[in-house]
Design a protein around this ligand. Structure first.
Ligand SMILES: [Zn+2]
Length: 274
């Protein structure tokens, strides 16, 4: 298998994976979405809430606020040695919020949430939590824990996790007649005209929609769109909880663990059968 990085920054990663197949790509996609753990607020204790929003709505908004996750220092609650419903410092982070609108209406942003661990804080401090009118107060304590996207979307580490086939475009060898229909129709602006011939401007942008082939007045069209059977472009966009390459690494680790588990079970069955 070969991997080539097309684009990488703090929150997104785009790679080309060659010599892979659909089941593998889909397994990685699903694990990255649903099984890589992240931190999210799970419990909220309201100390004072004189705002117009009910406690449940505020708790829901806090739960969906993405938190930076420190995967190395915390355990999943079900795997933690404490086995406690309330959690321990190894499986729980306490966050507090104490806001009051002293001088007129005030919007409380995620930046006002104070965490006991400076590595586990909201990914952005500009997420509005609530709007308070003058003299209204909101005071609460919240507990964040690791969890998985398959339990609740708040634990999903990715906002985008998708793959597509690697496109292959064959442009007409001859000069086209006075027509730029294929170039004009493409929503991704993949094609361009160079010396009166159709040229590929941005191959990787092609999403195989075939609009260009349909728009061609010649039937069959000399323009051919195809895809490589064993090459894929994978895009991962993180919510900010984990770096995108870490999400992919954790996904491959989880897949490996699941396969090992199956192998162990098969071995146990064999021993029993003997
Ligand atoms: Zn614990």
């Amino acid at each position: 298998m070969k991997i080539e990085i097309l684009e990488k920054n703090d929150i997104s990663l785009r790679i080309v994976v060659r010599e892979a197949d659909v089941p593998l790509m889909n397994a990685l996609r699903r694990i990255a979405l649903a099984e890589v753990p992240t931190m999210a607020i799970e419990e909220v204790v309201m100390i004072e809430n004189s705002s117009i929003l009910q406690d449940e709505i505020i708790a829901h908004r806090l739960g969906l606020t993405p938190l930076k996750t420190d995967l190395n220092s915390y355990n999943l609650p079900e795997e933690c040695e404490c086995k406690s419903e309330f959690g321990c410092p190894q499986c729980r982070v306490t966050l507090t919020l104490d806001a009051e609108a002293k001088e007129g209406t005030k919007t409380v942003y995620s930046g006002e949430i104070v965490s006991e661990n400076p590595d586990v804080i909201p990914v952005s401090d500009k997420i509005p939590i609530i709007k308070l009118a003058k003299n209204q107060k909101l005071k609460l304590e919240a507990y964040a824990r690791l969890g998985r996207g398959k339990t609740h979307a708040k634990w999903q580490p990715t906002s985008v996790c998708a793959y597509k086939y690697f496109p292959q475009i064959t442009t007409p060898t001859e000069k086209c007649e006075d027509c730029t229909k294929c170039v004009d129709v493409c929503p991704k602006k993949v094609l361009s005209i160079k010396d009166a011939k159709v040229d590929i401007r941005d191959l990787l942008a092609c999403n195989l929609c075939m609009d260009c082939v349909e728009a061609c007045p010649k039937k069959p069209s000399p323009l051919k769109i195809d895809w490589e059977k064993n090459a894929f472009i994978m895009s991962i966009e993180s919510t900010g909880a984990l770096p995108p390459e870490r999400i992919l690494k954790e996904a491959t680790k989880t897949l490996g663990k699941q396969l090992e588990e199956i192998e162990e079970l098969l071995k146990a069955e064999e021993v029993e059968a003997q």
